[in-house]
Design a protein around this ligand. Structure first.
Ligand SMILES: C[S@@+](CC[C@H](N)C(=O)[O-])C[C@H]1O[C@@H](n2cnc3c(N)ncnc32)[C@H](O)[C@@H]1O
Length: 321
């Protein structure tokens, strides 16, 4: 992790900016983002919008990307990243936390967002910011290509073309990440079909390439807890010292990458009772459902006690051991 933290960089960038202006922009932006509708023009339209976005969303998108990127298989080496629709550069901070020194190219249509992303990263992650809008050509390729909270602003046709661009620009891995809403999950599912159709493999969260076994109103999503800074509480309101960021994601790896044997994925907070753990799992055989693991199951019970929502449930701890 770089010496300067994202929180410090955000505090420095917003110092002296009237809180009332930031709060008004946060209200406007969050109302618009909640609609999850395609945007015909950039949603961040001014310097204050860009600053407000960075202050209220970057800590959460950073944390979600970091959690999803921690699923990149250990022997996939990442030294370059292309972040499509990179905004103010949250992905670069997550990349730097996991692969210190890796370079992230932020490809972004809004000049003020690119500028702020580069400024925030001073003394932090290694970034280059380049102008780019979907449909324009891009000469950069990278080990890893990320698309973080962007599909939500696009039509289905644009989503397909962005996913196809991401696959064409990635040497080893692609991360698609969306809000953890039913709509975000549907966009990830749509992209999943495209990724599999292109011959790529899913590294996470699905432990299989079969049809998603979840049935509405259920949807596949995960959560990270994000601590809220004083600045965040001032501009977003509310007293809690944390918020839970929900996200849906797909981490795909190139056909040539050798994948470890898949493990079941924990789909809910495990419920712990005396001598029992109740898990909800998505399994390598393409099924999903609940499983009660009892103390009698020894190593499997000990593993069940330690896992968290979103983790792999290690396939080495066989059933009924
Ligand atoms: C919600 S922000 C996400 C920013 C950043 N990726 C993050 O995770 O914090 C959506 C980003 O997608 C970009 N975007 C939206 N439509 C785009 C398009 N047609 N071409 C390129 N970028 C686009 C926006 O400019 C914005 O930076």
């Amino acid at each position: 992790m770089s010496e300067s933290s994202l929180g410090d960089a955000l505090d420095a960038a917003t110092r002296g900016v009237p809180v009332a202006q930031l709060s008004a922009a946060v209200r406007r932006l969050s109302e618009r983002y909640r609609q999850e509708l395609p945007a015909s023009a950039p949603l961040m339209g001014s310097a204050i919008d860009v600053l407000a976005y960075a202050a209220y969303r970057m800590p959460a998108t950073y944390a979600a990307c970091r959690a999803a990127l921690s699923m990149v298989p250990a022997d996939v080496s990442i030294s370059s990243v292309l972040d499509l629709g990179g905004g103010t550069g949250a992905v670069a901070w997550a990349v730097d936390a996991l692969w210190p020194g890796a370079r992230t190219t932020i490809a972004e249509q809004v000049p003020l967002a690119r500028d702020l992303g580069a400024r925030l990263a001073t003394g932090g992650p290694t970034v280059t910011a380049v102008p780019w809008r979907l449909g324009e050509s891009l000469s950069v390729a990278a080990d890893l290509v990320t698309v973080s909270y962007v599909l939500t602003e696009l039509t289905e046709e644009q989503q397909d073309s962005l996913v196809s661009l991401a696959l064409s620009k990635a040497e080893s891995a692609v991360l698609l990440i969306e809000p953890g809403t039913p709509g975000g999950y549907q966009r990830v599912l749509r992209a999943r079909a495209q990724v599999l159709g292109a011959g790529w493999q899913i590294a996470a969260p699905c432990p299989h390439a079969a049809q998603c076994p979840l049935v509405a109103p259920d949807w596949c999503h995960f959560a990270v807890r994000v601590s809220r800074s004083a600045l965040h509480r001032q501009i977003k309101g509310g007293e809690l010292s944390y918020e839970d960021e929900k996200f849906s994601y797909l981490l795909a790896v190139a056909p040539r990458v050798e994948m470890p044997a898949p493990s079941a994925r924990v789909l809910r907070h495990p419920v712990k009772r005396k001598g029992l753990v109740e898990l909800t799992l998505c399994r390598p055989d393409g099924t999903a459902g609940r499983e009660i693991v009892s103390k009698k199951q020894g190593p499997r019970y000990r593993a069940a006690r330690d896992v968290q929502w979103g983790d792999d449930f290690d396939s080495k701890t066989q059933r009924n051991v």
